[in-house]
Design a protein around this ligand. Structure first.
Ligand code: ADP
Ligand code: MG
Length: 730
């Protein structure tokens, strides 16, 4: 029996005994596996505790002596929870997380066995870094990379089976100090935002000393039966199905969205949620998504660095827990053709240490001027750096979404809703007009009075916009489901930091010329609205009209990753990231190279998988069926039956033979094309060639004929699980 039928017949059996553990109250387990400040208070001396707090708040560095005290406290806590090993946990540019476990166990010089975790081991480690991507930053003969403790993200304990490992969140840098991970640049971007935003806040409130960016991600994913997934080599190897005919029922009935959660998936959700709660991940919502077998979860928002760690951690936890339920989580952006793909909306805002959300319309004209300042600066940032924001979400799997009419398009635009659009238009139409103190444009800034409930209940929504204002935050929707949010968050926070920095210079210049502060601010806001209005779009982002309109407006629409990535290494980008102390030129070049290589490898793997499946699964099944038809036709002929008796069989035979022929020729052609493309030296040229000469030139066509065969060949003979099985059986 083929894996496919084996899997199908086992599905109902697998459902037995997989119920989740009984529910516990969330508050009872929340943060149980995290070295929280409360725990720190318990396990650390006053001196060590104070030092930890200062460094968490971005203050001075912890010295070695205190670090050892902290390390001892963390070990004592971890051991009380059965931990024997620790690891520096980091986020290398592979896109997954990395850990290398060391035990607390060590031998003293006289051979006595002890458990130890000293300050040096907490602060810094040197994993063998030669196999992590560096984009040429480290020559292999000097493959040294260091992980360094990030005290702003708390240590936590990962449970795998009966094993427990203490994880220390770290950044990963090269011997010469270049960042080799996602976290280091993110922390720099957040610091840059803090600096620029505090200065602008001080126009309105001198008490603000810190601004933190906040992130609430929404994670979409598919869940399917493990045995069915294992019978699909394409899913196993590339995370997506490269073949598969559309099922009779897809998502057209729209009966899955917000529907009742299937029991087996529900048990899985409750299990991974429990793990997430222990790790301090504040999950809040769970529901079915639009496509069959697609779901979503979202936490309460947190400070960006923590939120990013929590998202990467959760992706790990979900994949691990799914196995216990004999399920597989698919985080790929487009696991199935013809139905919706998965994204990861990044809800983003900024908050002051005085407790103000800078993107929430205020209650008084003064706080509204502050809101308008940050609101318009964000729009201006997205306008000025749309190309870099686009590059931040570019990846081989996300290309399947951004180009198609199901997710926000590759054109970056901003949706603000009709009320705020009107406010912006009001300010804008007064071009050349000098604002004065009695000006109603300033008085009218009492936004809260003119736009009350609607802002709060968020009915003014546009699901098709890649970057939408949703009442008290912006929602960056074009981020891919498998992405590390650090990439988009690094860019977003840097571009807003940079825009705010320039805003301050512009306002100060006007104040020096004699404008009163509020008037100067209004003038600069007006200027920014005029300069960035072409990025505002309230209509349907999926429509063809918008594509034409965007082109007319001169907005870029780069559909494929290899060219979208160019924006990372322009002079503009280099200047931006250098000014804000986020990436050096070399780091940018290295990242650009790594992203291109990732793209090449992903397309290459998919191409190989396609070839393998076509030759080893599809053609043999088709040929078997062809033989059956032949035997049948010959038998009928021999029995002396007239041609009408086997005319249908003959016509099927003809169709099957044609598809076989084309598939074989095309697969062969694709292999040849790969050989040529593989010889290209330049990484960018090679990536572009992989896109056009391999992917575009062959993928869709091969798939078309394979999917046609799936519709013709005897179901019994077909070895790969079909869409209707993967999406609906559980
Ligand atoms: P939805 O967009 O599904 O209607 P919500 O608007 O309630 O749901 O929130 C979506 C996400 O936005 C949640 O993860 C939430 O935590 C996050 N969010 C809410 N406020 C903020 C904020 N100020 N900063 C960042 N994220 C936020
Ligand atoms: Mg949302």
């Amino acid at each position: 029996m083929s894996l496919r039928f084996n899997a199908i017949s086992n599905i109902s059996k697998e459902n037995d005994g997989l119920a989740s553990k009984p529910s516990t109250k969330i508050t009872g387990i929340f943060g149980e596996s995290v070295f929280t400040l409360k725990t720190a208070r318990e396990f650390l001396s006053d001196e060590a505790y104070k030092s930890l707090i200062t460094s968490i708040r971005g203050g001075k560095k912890i010295d070695r002596n205190v670090a050892s005290q902290i390390a001892n406290g963390i070990r004592a806590w971890a051991e009380s929870k059965g931990v024997t090993h620790y690891t520096h946990w980091f986020q290398p540019l592979t896109g997954t997380t990395a850990e290398k476990h060391d035990s607390f166990f060590t031998l003293k010089s006289d051979g006595t066995a002890i458990e130890e975790f000293d300050g040096a081991a907490l602060i810094q480690q040197e994993p063998d870094a030669s196999s992590f991507p560096s984009g040429g930053l480290r020559a292999t003969f000097e493959a040294r990379g260091y992980t360094a403790w990030d005290p702003s993200s708390p240590a936590f304990i990962i449970e795998t089976g009966d094993g427990r490992t203490l994880c220390i969140p770290t950044i990963f840098v090269s011997y010469t100090g270049e960042s080799l991970d996602y976290k280091a640049p993110l922390l720099k971007a957040l610091e840059s935002l803090n600096k620029s935003a505090v200065e602008v806040c001080n126009y309105f409130d001198k008490n603000v000393t810190k601004v933190t960016a906040t992130l609430g991600w929404e994670q979409e994913y598919f869940v399917i039966d493990e045995a069915l997934a294992n019978a699909r080599p394409d899913l196993v190897q590339s995370g997506r199905t490269v073949f598969g005919a559309a099922p009779a029922k897809g998502q057209q009935l729209e009966d899955h969205y917000f529907g009742s959660i299937p029991e087996r998936v529900y048990a899985f959700m409750r299990d991974y949620e429990a793990e997430a709660y222990k790790l301090g991940i504040p999950l809040r919502t769970r529901h079915n998504e639009v496509a069959p077998a697609q779901f979503e979860c979202a936490p309460i928002f947190e400070e960006v660095n923590i939120a990013v760690d929590h998202n990467t951690l959760l992706m790990d936890v979900m994949s691990r827990v799914a196995k216990r339920h004999k399920l597989v989580v698919l985080l790929h952006e487009k696991p199935f053709a013809g139905i919706n793909g998965s994204g990861k909306h990044n809800n983003w805002s900024m908050a002051t240490d005085t407790g103000v959300n800078l993107l929430a319309p205020g209650k008084t004209p003064k706080t509204n001027l502050m809101f308008l300042t940050f609101f318009v600066n964000t729009i201006k940032a997205v306008h000025d750096y749309a190309d870099i924001l686009r590059a931040a979400i570019a990846s081989a799997p996300n290309d399947h979404r951004l180009g198609a009419n199901e997710a926000p398009p590759a054109i970056i635009s901003v949706f603000v809703g009709q009320y705020l659009a009107k406010v912006l238009a009001d300010v804008e139409t007064r071009v050349g007009h000098k604002f004065d103190e009695q000006d109603e444009a300033i008085l009218k800034l009492d936004l809260h009075r003119s736009i009350p409930e609607l802002m709060l209940d968020n009915t003014d929504r546009n699901r098709t916009s890649p970057f939408a204002f949703t009442g008290n935050k912006f929602e960056f929707r074009a981020v891919g489901s498998s992405a590390n949010c650090a990439i988009s968050m690094t860019v977003l926070n840097t571009i807003v930091a940079d825009t705010l920095r320039k805003f301050k210079i512009d306002v100060d210049t006007l104040i020096e010329k004699g404008d009163k502060k509020e008037i100067a601010i209004m003038h600069v806001i007006q200027k920014y609205i005029v300069e960035s209005k072409k990025v505002l779009f309230e209509g349907d982002g999926y429509s063809d009209d918008w594509h034409h309109e965007a082109e007319r407006r001169g907005l870029p629409n780069l559909k494929t990753t290899p060219v979208a990535l160019d924006a990372m290494v322009t002079d503009k980008a280099k200047h931006l990231f250098e000014t804000n102390n986020v990436y050096s030129h070399t780091e940018l070049e290295a990242r650009h190279e790594i992203e291109l290589e990732k793209y090449i490898k992903k397309v290459q793997i998919e191409a190989r998988i396609m070839g393998d499946l076509a030759i080893n699964h599809i053609l043999p099944a088709a040929i078997k069926y062809q033989n059956e038809l032949l035997t049948n036709v010959n038998g009928l002929k021999a029995a002396g039956l007239p041609e009408v008796a086997y005319a249908s069989q003959l016509s099927i035979l003809k169709e099957v033979s044609e598809h076989i022929q084309i598939i074989h020729t095309k697969v062969h052609g694709m292999v040849e094309a790969r050989k040529i493309v593989n010889n290209i030296e330049n990484t960018r040229t090679k990536a572009i060639a992989y896109e056009s000469q391999v992917k575009s030139a062959f993928f869709d066509e091969i798939r078309y004929h394979v999917d046609k065969l799936e519709g013709l060949v005897d179901d019994e003979t077909w070895t790969l699980p079909k869409y209707r099985e993967m999406l609906f059986l559980r």
